[in-house]
Every structure is written in structure tokens, then in C-alpha cells.
Design a protein around this ligand. Structure first.
Ligand code: 5RP
Length: 299
């Protein structure tokens, strides 16, 4: 308890300085509770309002896919260069060190493997466990237009309700079935549905034509998923365009961890996202880091 002897009279009231109500810097997040904003602030850098999230959750339906065979060996060394990690609680508890701390968004839906109908997911994490893991958010797949559309949207809305009780944001992930058209019209529909039904952030794929209409019509931050492995210049170009067209960051997986030089690629993506570095310069940075000692992947 504070010492009660010689208590000084309070006098520094700064009458001439009005208390400011600071607007929160993320789109659509101004009315969220303090705890939710604080979790957002650990994922989206306050100086840029953007994030480089590394997605390594693929094993939840794919098993040990290329680049993620040994997360402890190949991914842990990258963590100092990510703003947030998107992963399952199994990988988190088994191989991700708790210190130094990396902000985590937990994959919170799952069930079917690659051998079955992927849209047939359930909620796979209790919100209390996400809090126990000090997660900054939970991610759940929504299959708009898919055979389990309503169930997957209901998974999301249940997590939104639970998250609102504790200040835990939900990332709605727009999943696209094999037979569905990946165009701006579809992603406008899917991202808007996710946001309207409560997701505080949304992950979606980039489309060449009209991506800016997807980001403009979604009232919460959008992060771009990377998709299948592309040549580095193409992946950097896609990330650059997504950011310039309104994305608040990326949640990329294969284009980073399946690169021949994941650390160099991650640093190049960082420059694209946080410094608006154009793709050709980002590729030069990638090549320099890849061949130089400082940014090499231990080669
Ligand atoms: C899979 C996911 C992945 O996290 C997402 O696809 C990002 O990874 P990639 O950049 O490899 O596509 O949500 O359901």
C-alpha cells in the first residue's frame, strides 16, 4: 500500500489541455471495446495500420504439407519478422515458444480432412482456450455459396458472440469451393456477409479485376490470403496491389514458407506491406537478402 505520510496536494491539472478522445486507427474498429482494440493493436502495427501475418495453419486439414513438415526447425526462426502468426492450438502449444512473444490468431474451425468435404467444419476451439493461450483473435472459415454455407456462417457467429464477451476479435476467412468463381463479385458477397454478421476482420483472396471494390465495400479490415505458391515476383506484385487497393495487410502462407528463401521472402513482404515498396524493388531486396549473410536463410 502507498505510504500515507506527507501526502502532497495534487496540483498538476493541466486546465489548458483538453482531454482528447483518440480515434482508433483501424477501419470499422472505433466502437469496439478497449480489450478488443488492444488485441487488434498487437496484430496491426499502429504506425502503419497494417499486418504481416504468417499463416501456418494448413496442417489442420492437409497434414504435414511442404514447408511445414518441421515447424520448429523451419518456421520458428522466422517469427521475429512477423506481426502475427495464424496457427492451430496444437502447433502453438507443441512447438511455438511463448517467449519472445509473437501475437497469435488461432485457427478455430476444423474437422474434415483433404479427403472429405472441406466445408463440413465445426468450431474447433473453445473461446476460453483461446484466451488461455493469450490469443489476439480467432479465425474461422466461411463457405459462402458452399454446401455447408449456413453451418459455417453459424460457426462464425457463435465465435463472434463468444469473442464479444471477452474482447477477442474474429477473423472470418472466405473459403472458396473448387467449383466456385473467384471474382470480385463473389468476394464482395463473401467478405461483406462475414463483416455484416460480426467478423471484426476478414481474410480473402486477391483478384486482379476489382479488388478495390472488395476492400471498399467491406466495413472492416481485409487481409489478403496468399494462395498457391507463385514465383516470388508474382507473389510480391499480388501483395503490393492488394495493399495499394485497400488491404490492411496479408495473411500469407505458402508463398513465404515454400519460397526457396523464406526469411528473405518474409522480409520483402514486410517492405511491401509496411513501406509500400514496389514489387520489382521488393524482388531486388529478396535477391539481396537471399544471397547476403544478413538475410539469408542460414545458407
Ligand atoms: C487455409 C487458410 C490459410 O491460412 C490460407 O489459405 C493462407 O495460406 P496461403 O497463403 O498458403 O493460402 O486459411 O484454409
Amino acid at each position: 500500500m502507498a505510504d500515507t505520510d506527507d501526502i502532497q496536494q495534487a496540483k498538476y491539472y493541466h486546465h489548458d489541455v483538453p482531454q482528447q478522445n483518440r480515434a482508433f486507427y483501424l477501419k470499422g474498429a472505433g466502437a469496439l471495446d478497449w480489450g478488443m482494440q488492444n488485441r487488434f493493436a498487437r496484430v496491426f502495427r499502429p504506425d502503419t495500420g497494417r499486418t504481416v501475418m504468417l499463416a501456418i495453419d494448413h496442417g489442420y486439414f492437409l497434414g504435414p504439407t511442404t514447408g511445414l513438415e518441421r515447424v520448429d526447425v523451419d518456421i520458428v526462426p522466422l517469427l521475429g519478422h512477423v506481426d502475427a502468426l495464424f496457427c492451430t492450438r496444437g502447433i502453438l502449444r507443441s512447438v511455438i515458444p511463448s517467449a519472445p512473444a509473437v501475437p497469435v490468431v488461432l485457427r478455430a474451425s476444423g474437422g474434415p480432412s483433404i479427403l472429405r468435404d472441406l466445408s463440413d467444419e465445426e468450431i474447433a476451439v473453445d473461446v476460453e482456450d483461446a484466451l488461455r493461450l493469450n490469443a489476439c483473435g480467432v479465425g474461422v472459415q466461411v463457405f459462402v455459396g458452399g454446401p455447408n454455407e449456413t453451418k459455417s456462417v453459424h460457426n462464425m457467429t457463435r465465435l463472434v458472440d463468444a469473442g464479444l464477451r471477452y474482447g477477442l476479435p474474429v477473423l472470418g476467412v472466405t473459403a472458396v469451393g473448387k467449383d466456385m468463381v473467384r471474382d470480385a463479385r463473389y468476394f464482395r458477397l463473401a467478405t461483406r456477409i462475414a463483416a455484416e454478421l460480426g467478423a471484426q476482420m476478414v481474410k480473402t483472396y486477391y483478384v486482379e479485376d476489382g479488388f478495390e471494390t472488395v476492400t471498399a465495400s467491406c466495413p472492416v479490415p481485409i487481409v489478403m490470403a496468399g494462395g498457391k505458391k507463385l514465383p516470388e515476383l508474382e507473389a510480391l506484385t499480388m501483395a503490393y496491389r492488394a495493399i495499394q487497393q485497400g488491404a490492411a495487410g496479408v495473411d500469407m502462407g505458402r508463398n513465404i514458407f515454400q519460397s526457396e528463401a523464406p526469411l528473405a521472402m518474409l522480409r520483402a513482404v514486410n517492405a511491401v506491406v509496411h513501406e509500400d515498396l514496389p514489387p520489382r524493388q521488393a524482388l531486388e531486396l529478396f535477391e539481396t537478402l537471399r544471397h547476403g549473410a544478413a538475410g539469408s536463410d542460414g545458407a
